[in-house]
Design a protein around this ligand. Structure first.
Ligand SMILES: Cc1ncc(COP(=O)(O)O)c(C=O)c1O
Length: 433
C-alpha cells in the first residue's frame, strides 16, 4: 500500500477536522511504525502513533486519511500553517534558481535579504546576524560569541530550560535530567538558577559560585517552552537586563520556541520591554525548513573571519521560506496569534472553572500552557486528545502545551476547546454542577 502523498486537492483549512476514518493507528500507519522501529534511533521517544502524510493550514492528514486538528505545529515550527502557498511558492522559486552555495565562504542573495529583514525586525540596533540550521546551533553560536566577545567562560541558564542537545547547549538544558544523563562531562562553568526567582543570581550564584566578572552570558527563554510554557513574573527579565548591564554580561534571549510572532509580537521579550544583546530564532522561522538565526548587537558580533561558520547554515531555500514567513507573520499572522490566543485563553479559563484538574492556564498569544496535577494527568489528556483527533503535546512536569500554527481560526480554536472539554469529562474530573 502506498500512502497518499499527492498535494491536497481541497482546502483543508475549511474542511471539517478532526475526521477519523480508521482505528488509530490505521493499517498504513502501523506498517510504517513497524519499519521505523527497525531502522531509526531509539533515542527518539515518540509520543503517540501519528504518521503525517499531508498537511494544510492547521490540519494534518495521516497516511490512512485521518484528519487531525494540529495544535502542535510540529512543536511550534509550522508557524504559517502546513504548506502555506506563499511559502511553498517561495521554496519552489528558490529551488529552481539556486539550491546551495556555502554562505560562510561566498555571498548569497537570499542570505543577505533575510539578515536585513531580521535586523529590521529586532529591537537590537544596530545588529548583525549569523544563520544556522537548528536551534541548538544557534545556542552553540551564542555561547561562542559571548565567550569571544567578553573573554569570559561561564554561563548562567535556568532550571527547566531547554536549549538543545548538542554538548554546549545540552550543558544549559535543564528541563529533564534524562536528557543529560550519560553524556558528561558537559561544559564546565555553567550555573543554573530557578526560572523567574528574583535575586537568586545575585544572592546565590554571584555570592557563592562564580563572581560576575567570570560570567560571559545569561541565556534565558523569555517564555520557558519545554519547561512548561511558563511566563516569568513581571519585572524579572528587566532584573536580568540590569544585572547584565552592571557586570558586562551578554543577555541572550533564546526565542527559538517563542519567537517569530508566536506570542503576538515578533519576539516574546518585547512584551517585557527588555532589549537583549542577542536573540536566537529557529523553529517557526522558515515554516518548517531547517533554519536558525543569531541576531546580535553589532559591536558584540565583531569576531574575525573564520571564527564561526556552517556549510548549510542560511541555505537559500530555507532563507526564501523564512522571507515568505516573515511577510506573512508581519502582515497579519502575529495579530491573529493575539486574537485567537486571547480567545483560547479565555475559553480555557472557562474550562478550568468546570474541570478541577486544570490547575493553571498561562501564556501569551498562541504559546499557552495548561497545567494539571500530575504528569500522568497531562499525558492522559494528550493521549485522549490524539484518539479524538486533536494533536497536543505535554511540557514541563505536568502541563500540556497549546501551540497551533499562527493561522488558526476562532472556529478551530472552539473545536479544540470542545474536544478538551469532552476529554476532561471522559477522564472524569468534572466539577459537580
Ligand atoms: C527554546 C529552545 N531553544 C533551543 C531549542 C533547540 O532547537 P533544535 O531542536 O532545533 O536544535 C529548542 C527546541 O525545542 C527550544 O525550544
Amino acid at each position: 500500500m502506498t500512502p497518499n502523498t499527492a498535494p491536497l486537492a481541497v482546502d483543508l483549512l475549511d474542511a471539517p477536522a478532526p475526521n477519523l476514518v480508521t482505528e488509530l493507528p490505521g493499517p498504513r500507519a502501523r506498517a510504517l511504525i513497524e519499519r521505523d522501529r527497525r531502522v531509526t534511533s531509539p533515542s527518539m521517544g515518540r509520543v503517540y502513533p501519528l504518521v503525517p502524510g499531508r498537511g494544510k493550514g492547521c490540519v494534518i492528514e495521516d497516511v490512512d486519511g485521518n484528519r487531525f486538528l494540529d495544535f502542535n505545529a510540529g512543536i511550534a515550527v509550522t508557524s504559517t500553517g502546513h504548506c502555506h502557498p506563499r511559502v511553498v511558492e517561495a521554496i519552489e522559486r528558490q529551488s529552481n534558481t539556486l539550491l546551495h552555495y556555502c554562505s560562510s565562504d561566498w555571498y548569497i542573495p537570499a542570505y543577505v535579504d533575510l539578515c536585513e529583514r531580521l535586523v529590521a525586525s529586532s529591537p537590537i540596533a544596530p545588529a548583525r546576524v549569523f544563520l544556522g540550521n537548528s536551534g541548538t546551533e544557534a545556542v552553540e553560536a551564542a555561547i561562542k560569541l559571548a565567550r569571544h566577545a567578553t573573554g569570559r567562560t561561564n554561563v548562567i541558564a535556568f532550571l527547566g530550560s531547554f536549549h538543545g542537545r548538542s554538548l554546549g547547549s545540552l550543558s544549559l538544558t535543564a528541563s529533564k535530567a534524562r536528557y543529560r544523563g550519560g553524556f558528561g562531562p558537559l561544559l564546565p562553568g555553567v550555573y543554573h538558577a530557578p526560572y523567574g526567582e528574583a535575586g537568586y543570581i545575585k544572592n546565590v550564584i554571584f555570592r557563592h559560585l562564580t563572581p560576575p566578572e567570570d560570567v560571559a552570558a545569561i541565556v534565558v527563554e523569555p517564555i520557558q517552552g519545554e519547561g512548561g510554557y511558563l511566563v516569568p513574573p513581571a519585572g524579572w527579565l528587566e532584573e536580568l537586563r540590569e544585572l547584565c548591564d552592571e557586570h558586562g554580561i551578554v543577555l541572550v534571549a533564546d526565542e527559538v520556541q517563542s519567537g517569530v510572532g508566536r506570542t503576538g509580537k515578533m519576539w516574546a521579550i518585547e512584551h517585557d520591554g527588555v532589549v537583549p544583546d542577542v536573540i536566537l530564532a529557529g523553529k517557526g522561522l522558515a515554516s518548517g525548513l531547517p533554519l536558525s538565526a543569531v541576531i546580535a548587537r553589532a559591536d558584540l558580533m565583531s569576531w574575525g573571519a573564520g571564527k564561526h561558520g556552517s556549510t548549510f547554515g542560511g541555505n537559500p531555500v530555507a532563507c526564501a521560506a523564512a522571507l515568505a514567513t516573515l511577510d506573512l507573520v508581519e502582515s497579519g499572522m502575529a495579530a491573529n496569534a493575539t486574537t485567537v490566543g486571547d480567545h483560547l485563553m479565555q475559553r480555557l479559563r472557562e474550562l478550568a472553572s468546570r474541570h478541577r484538574n486544570i490547575r493553571d492556564v498561562r501564556g501569551r498569544g498562541l504559546m499557552i500552557g495548561v497545567e494539571f496535577p500530575t504528569h500522568d494527568d497531562a499525558e492522559a489528556l494528550e493521549q485522549a486528545c490524539f484518539r479524538r483527533g486533536l494533536l497536543v503535546l505535554t511540557c514541563g512536569e505536568s502541563s500540556v502545551r497549546i501551540a497551533p500554527p499562527l493561522v488558526v481560526t476562532i472556529e478551530q480554536a472552539d473545536v479544540a476547546i470542545q474536544i478538551l472539554d469532552d476529554v476532561l469529562t471522559e477522564l472524569g474530573d468534572a466539577v459537580a454542577q
